[in-house]
Ligand binder design. Structure first.
Ligand code: HEC
Ligand code: HEC
Ligand code: HEC
Length: 402
């Protein structure tokens, strides 16, 4: 990030490389940008109308509901002027001076150009209005005082546009823009400070998100993605799977399903170029507590009855390569965070080759049984010693949201 900020003055924003997405994707500019920024993911309730809001966000300060951003005049953002819309995305201040909480990733969108923000607005204002009054937030005092965000913004929102780095290639700059401004990848992959602002000194070092671990994606060769080939990284980002690296589940599957799979190959390639230059950071995974000897026998029995039909006894996956477990960090991480999340809630991803899905096992299996199958999976396919306890499974039952 510092490289971006320190980028040479005088490089006009007009030099920002604009690649020819419209012709390739059949989408207009605004729709493409809204896809790349994944507005729909957060502004849609499970089973609800796209962009009509109502999705709940659990924050350390209480529950926030995403607003309806369809152009409905009463319950949506129908009356928004250009300046009000720009202010919401770049400054986090919505209509009527309403200070937004950082659950809305404006500290990333602030890097978007005015022109791109207005293109997104034009697309959204062209959608059919949906009347949907979303629920009231449930925030504890003093966090329900939106004025608190004034101080937060001074520290945590830079409120400046992306500046190309003249020392880097056009492709790198495009990748930086798509990753930082649109893709808001840091919002999940960068640890947060005590105020819930992004800890920029640890950019992309990995962070917990809704009970999942958004892995370290810095260029570190072992802790991050520095050891991946460009082709593998491009495949993972655009399809949710790369042979030898596993498949995207949970929040990452969602990011691919709603957003990344719609990006042009050029934009994916540009992101790969940029991500490969993100300064390396050591792993963030806290050493897992060593548990009592895992019950491998029980775990093996459950794997045979519940998992083997899709994953095969040797973990190579049957029917779809998405079910290949070998090489996935989810089976090498001894804490088993994402493994337990996927066991409890399953996973789903829509791809160009159809939907791939795994059912959840939250019902019908006890915490002891799920811990056992998790430790078996880690031992068998990750060649490690799992430290998943029944307590960890019980805790995940209450923290993982899907
Ligand atoms: C990671 C989740 C997330 C993403 C992605 C996201 N939003 Fe939001 N957005 C929210 C939440 C949550 C709020 C409400 C915050 C609050 O109440 O303080 C919000 C608030 C808003 C508001 C203010 C509406 C009002 O008047 O209250 C607008 C406008 C908005 N978002 C537009 C967008 C657009 C456009 C995009 C894509 C470029 C987008 N959002 C992407 C979560 C998200
Ligand atoms: C909503 C949260 C969220 C967002 C936004 C997000 N990620 Fe992720 N990401 C995750 C999680 C969680 C995982 C782990 C998924 C799993 O275990 O299958 C992950 C995994 C990954 C991986 C695989 C790492 C590995 O070692 O296997 C890559 C690469 C990645 N993300 C890149 C990105 C990029 C690039 C962006 C921005 C375009 C992005 N992510 C945005 C949550 C997110
Ligand atoms: C109906 C088929 C099916 C069954 C049964 C099934 N899985 Fe899966 N599993 C999948 C598919 C498909 C994926 C990839 C999903 C995705 O990418 O969203 C997956 C993903 C996973 C992952 C995540 C890999 C990653 O890289 O994030 C793990 C771990 C896993 N399964 C373990 C298990 C275990 C353990 C069981 C038994 C308790 C099980 N699965 C049962 C089909 C299945």
């Amino acid at each position: 990030m510092r490289a971006l900020i320190a980028a040479m003055a005088g490089v006009a924003l007009a030099t920002l490389p604009q690649l020819g997405f419209a012709a390739e994707t059949g989408m207009g500019k605004g729709e493409y940008l809204a896809r790349a920024a994944d507005c729909v993911a957060c502004h849609t309730a499970p089973g609800g109308q796209p962009f009509a809001g109502g999705r709940a966000f659990q924050t350390p300060f209480g529950v926030i509901y995403s607003p309806n951003i369809t152009p409905d005049a009463k319950t949506g953002i129908g009356g928004y002027s250009d300046e009000e819309f720009i202010s919401a995305l770049q400054k986090g201040v919505a209509r009527g001076g309403k200070h937004l909480y950082p659950a809305m990733p404006y500290s990333s969108y602030t890097l978007m150009t005015r022109e791109d923000v207005l293109a997104v607005k034009a697309y959204i204002m062209g959608l059919a209005p949906v009347s949907n009054q979303v629920a009231e937030d449930k925030l504890k005092f003093p966090y329900n005082q939106r004025a608190l965000m004034i101080g937060w913004n001074m520290i945590n929102n830079s409120d400046h546009r992306f500046e190309p780095d003249a020392k880097q290639s056009a492709e790198w700059n495009r990748g930086a823009y798509v990753t930082e401004a649109l893709g808001h990848c840091q919002q999940c992959h960068t640890p947060r400070n005590f105020m819930q602002g992004l800890k920029s000194s640890s950019a992309y070092a990995g962070a917990p998100i809704q009970g999942w671990n958004a892995y370290n994606i810095t260029s570190d060769k072992t802790a991050g993605i520095g050891g991946w080939s460009d082709a593998d990284l491009a495949s993972y980002l655009s399809t949710g799977h790369a042979d030898g690296h596993g498949s995207a589940s949970g929040p990452m599957a969602e990011a691919i399903e709603n957003s990344l799979r719609y990006l042009t190959p050029d934009d994916i390639k540009a992101m790969v170029t940029y991500l490969k230059t993100v300064p390396p950071q050591p792993g963030n995974a806290a050493p897992a507590p060593v548990s009592a000897k895992p019950d491998i026998a029980l775990g093996g029995k459950i794997f045979e009855e519940a998992c083997q039909s899709c994953h095969r006894a040797n973990g190579t996956g049957s029917a779809t390569p998405y079910a290949a477990l070998l090489g996935s960090p989810s089976v090498t991480d001894p804490s088993g965070t994402n493994l337990v999340a996927v066991l409890l809630y399953g996973s789903h991803i829509d791809t160009a080759t159809g939907a791939k899905a795994m059912p959840g096992f939250a019902h019908g299996y006890t915490d002891v049984e799920l811990a056992a199958v998790a430790n078996y999976t880690i031992a068998q396919f990750g060649k490690g010693t799992g430290a998943v306890t029944r307590e960890a499974v019980a805790k995940a039952r209450s923290t993982v949201t899907d």
